[in-house]
Design a protein around this ligand. Structure first.
Ligand code: PEP
Ligand code: MG
Length: 588
């Protein structure tokens, strides 16, 4: 079978846009355009009646929004449905309501004119803002404004579409995106909108493929055209030929097989039988993995290894390339968080940049290399900050072994922030800064280091290597690379308890987090979050959902008192047997 690139090489029926929600589907186009609302401006004589009409319209709009909010809660869960809660709050905004009422009283004009004028002022401010996040929110306000006006005009608005269609539209409001699922919409294609638009977020939550920002896609598509929507690559095929249709049908078949196995788990939280929730995040090495991350239901990216960009490019990326890469990932994963780790150069990574060292793992690596090459570090800090406009990026330092490294890094970050502020460049002023805890000195100093950072992520790949003094890539001593060695278990315990005394959240992103056999101990030791390769998420989630926090805690307590790896391993295997927990392998 040809690859996608070859298949589309000479095709003139492809429309490109932004891959806003992953997934693939085939369906007929339904072109949706909302009835245009025209607003009259005339004088009124009965002010009292106008104010009462305005109150009625507010009440009716609230009723409608509440219905949508409840439906959204059912469909997407409380957290994501908060989009609609925020819209409801606008309808209760006392400043807005008072201003509108006093203008009706003073100007004696139709309420619809004043509502339009007042809310448009808010919208204009958002559209003019340099924050793309706020620009996207202007669309939500448009929906509320039109809703109140329509209710003032006592018109009905049917968000109805034909069943099982791919909805093609200039733009979609969040309410449209959620309500169309009642007609079993198969996917969304819009001319406008970005990856952080609420319609895109909703499509992602609902597992519907969406391609947004096609510019003039809706003009090129006719009602009833057969469409293939590829939300993985951000493309739409209009009236595909038989070869294209065959290709995508096979792809859909393959995806659905995998999906059936995963589906049951995707939207379920990683929560123990007695209610403790562990946040499951994904480790992303190459940007392409982000799709599986989203499809597998991770709650964000716990580790993005930026040195992989250097590996892929064969050189250090300039600021522009970095900003684009970080921004794109952050937008794709929005509203979840992405943890961008500073370049971990040295050791066995990115060798071509590095000088020769007798013991590279113990040499100029990670944060040491970056602090010795400040220009490079500063360019990465600037790129991360510039990409952080949607406020869902956190920044992590690798291979920290002394407090000084944290303090110097924070000085550099503060310096970059100051310069960006002076230049009026937008960035997240409260960006969370964390460290990898992967060197024994950092583990021992967890309480002190924790006072200077927002989060820890335990890197067991390196931590075990340094704790056991065993090269992580050396076969000859691999039997000493023991994640169940009591020294490792006790060190993790120390990091978690001491870190928590300094109020940092503690997660783990080393491979140990992806080993289902280790899951009960890690949960029992009190880790808040595990970050694993995207394909491991379902099996880890399944394990967590089958165990109780209480039993995991007593397992961890027992293991903390043991003296050998063998004892711990046997105890853990016993735990699985006694609690009837089936060990599952990663599904994809
Ligand atoms: C680790 O050391 O556990 C880790 C996650 O980082 P890396 O494997 O990239 O060194
Ligand atoms: Mg490491």
């Amino acid at each position: 079978m040809k690859g996608l690139k070859k298949l589309l090489e000479h095709s003139d029926n492809v429309i490109y846009g932004l891959a806003a929600a992953p997934g693939l589907d085939i369906g007929y186009a339904f072109k949706y355009s909302k009835e245009h609302i025209s607003v009259a401006d005339s004088n009124i004589t009965d002010v009292e009646e106008a104010v009462s009409n305005f109150h009625d319209a507010l009440r009716q709009s609230k009723k409608e929004m509440l219905k949508i909010f409840n439906f959204a809660k059912d469909k997407m869960g409380e957290v994501r449905a908060a989009i609609f809660e925020a819209q409801l709050m606008i309808l209760d905004d006392p400043v807005l309501i008072d201003t509108i009422i006093s203008r009706i009283n003073n100007e004696k004009r139709l309420p619809e004119f004043i509502v339009n004028h007042e809310i448009s002022k808010y919208q204009q401010l958002m559209i003019l803002s340099s924050e793309s996040y706020l620009q996207e929110r202007a669309m939500d306000i448009e929906d509320i404004k039109n809703r109140i006006i329509r209710n003032l005009q006592k018109k009905r608005w049917a968000s109805k579409i034909v069943h099982d269609a791919v909805v093609v539209s200039e733009n979609l409001t969040p309410a449209d995106a959620i309500l169309f699922t009642k007609s079993n919409a198969k996917g969304y294609v819009t001319d406008r909108g970005g990856l952080t638009s609420h319609a895109a977020i909703i499509a992602r939550s609902l597992d519907l493929p969406a391609v947004v920002g096609t510019h003039n896609g809706s003009q090129k598509i006719n009602d009833g055209d057969l469409l293939i929507v590829d939300g993985f690559h951000g493309l739409i095929l209009v009236n595909p030929d038989s070869e294209q249709l065959d290709f995508f049908k096979k792809k859909i078949e393959h995806l659905s097989k995998i999906d059936t196995e995963l589906k049951g788990l995707k939207d379920k939280p990683a929560v123990t039988t007695d209610g403790r929730e562990i946040v499951l995040m994904a480790n992303v090495d190459i940007t392409g993995e982000i799709d599986t991350t989203i499809t597998n239901g991770s709650r964000g990216v716990g580790l993005f290894r930026t040195e992989q960009i250097i590996e892929e490019l064969g050189e250090i990326p300039d600021e522009e390339i970095q900003i684009k890469a970080y921004k794109n990932l952050a937008e794709r994963i929005y509203p979840d968080t992405i943890t961008i780790r500073a370049f971990d150069i040295g050791g066995d990574k990115v060798k071509q940049l590095h000088m020769r060292e007798a013991n590279p793992f113990l040499g100029l690596r990670g944060i040491r290399f970056l602090l010795a090459n400040e220009d490079l570090f500063v360019s990465q800090i600037n790129s991360v900050l510039k990409a952080s406009v949607n406020k869902n990026i956190q920044f992590m330092l690798p291979m920290v072994s002394t407090l000084n490294e944290i303090l110097r890094s924070k000085e550099l970050i503060a310096g970059c922030m100051k310069t960006l502020s002076k230049q009026n460049i937008e960035y997240d002023k409260n960006i969370r800064i964390g460290i990898m805890v992967e060197v024994p000195s950092a583990a021992l100093m967890a309480r002190e280091f924790g006072k200077h950072v927002d989060f820890f992520s335990i890197g067991t790949n390196d931590l075990i290597q340094f704790l056991m003094a065993v090269d992580r890539g050396n076969d000859i001593v691999s039997d000493l690379y023991q994640e169940f060695n009591p020294a490792v278990i006790r060190t993790i315990h120390h990091i978690v308890t001491e870190g928590k005394k300094s109020n940092v959240s503690v997660s783990m992103c080393g491979e140990m987090a992806a080993d289902t056999l280790a899951t009960p101990i890690l949960v029992g030791l009190g880790l808040d979050c595990l970050s694993v390769s995207p394909s491991a998420i379902p099996s880890i989630k399944r394990t967590i959902r089958n165990l109780s926090f209480e039993s995991a805690k007593s397992l961890a307590e027992k293991c903390l008192k043991m003296s050998s790896e063998k004892e711990v391993t046997e105890e853990v295997e016993n735990y699985f047997r006694e609690n009837n927990i089936e060990r599952t392998r990663n599904i994809i």
